[in-house]
Design a protein around this ligand. Sequence first.
Ligand SMILES: [Zn+2]
Ligand SMILES: [Zn+2]
Length: 432
Amino acid sequence: MLVRNDAPAENLLIAGARVVDPLEGIDTSVDVRIDNGTIEQIGTALDRNEHRVIDGAGLTLAPGFVDPHVHLRVPGREDEETIASGTAAAASGGYCTILAMPNTEPVLDSAAMLGALIEDAKREAEVSVGFLAAITKGQDGAELTEMAELAEAGAVAFSDDGRPVTSPGLMRRALQYGAVSGLKLALHCEEPTLSGGGHVHEGVVSAELGFGGYPSIAESVMVERDLALAAYERRPLHLLHLSAQESVDALRAALAAGVEATAEVTPHHLCLTDEAVRTLDSNLKMNPPLRSDDDRLALIDALRDGTIGAIATDHAPHARHEKEVPFEAAPFGVTGLETAFSALYTYIVEPGLISLHTILERLSAGPARAYGLDEPRIAVGKRANLVLLDLNATWRVTENGFRSRSSNSWLLGETLRGKVRTTIADGRVAFE
Ligand SMILES: [Zn+2]
Ligand SMILES: [Zn+2]
């Protein structure tokens, strides 16, 4: 289930924007009228009806974004993020819905904990939020959680994100129990005896820097295992943050063979390679690591042709003191909610690698579909989940410009094109 604070829905008229919804086949300048949070009319020169008017002239209106992979850090690390700050960050990034990962302190592995988080979200969440629960108790890979009970309590899916389910037998049982709960498993694919101790992609850069390598095969061997188990059990699964060409090849082959798999890729894996790590900036240390340009191009191809259907930020806030240490000692993870669209627009859309329409679909309907959530659409009768974008804006990413409690962004100091102006989430303005 998705939850949000219960502020009242709004009456809005978004006037004169370029309205783009690739799935509805719309790309034209029209007005959109929202009555009590629901899209009621799309057309030219619509009556204002005493609605609040949002001037869309020169701006682009698209379906709101859905981030299937966010670390809200609650409970346990409220110094790094909270439901309030994380969902405010999401709203400023154009997201109307986010899904939170369960590798918290303690791990979200019980219905009681999930119930408490859902109650908190009803008070604090600026956009719709859903919670994934752990696959194994304490994410220790030994014993499955009470999946049916967690599904009943409102879990959106299951994941041990942050670590893999290493035992193939347990993974198989998780797929079988997942079938009973009706929910999907979302898998962090990493073979720990192959990745162990690695800080960056195993290749020329790791060799030159003298860092322990985290090879592509540490990911792809687990992707292959999990896809093989999913095929055997005839169960769907979702692959988190793919980074390697070999993983994409395995996914493509499994899809061709009829496996029901979905996958996501992060903006940083689409925009950067391990060459960036030469700066030794700890904000470039993430799991899985940045890989080669061949990997990056394979991810771009897979996103373009739909093999990978979703973009996910893997927004991973860290306290400043934790990242301000030598590269090898720093924790994995970077923030991403507030820069995802602008980074993708600057690095991927403007250079012509993927069209704006495709990027918008992969930021919105794609991730919603992966988890069986309602797809944001610009159509009469749909709840208003919308983002208003200024594609001509230029802005600089600065440390104090974030709504997130953390600022460990790989884009600090960079100038980006394209900016989110307004986000409407579940019928209400969540950011402007
Ligand atoms: Zn992960
Ligand atoms: Zn993650």
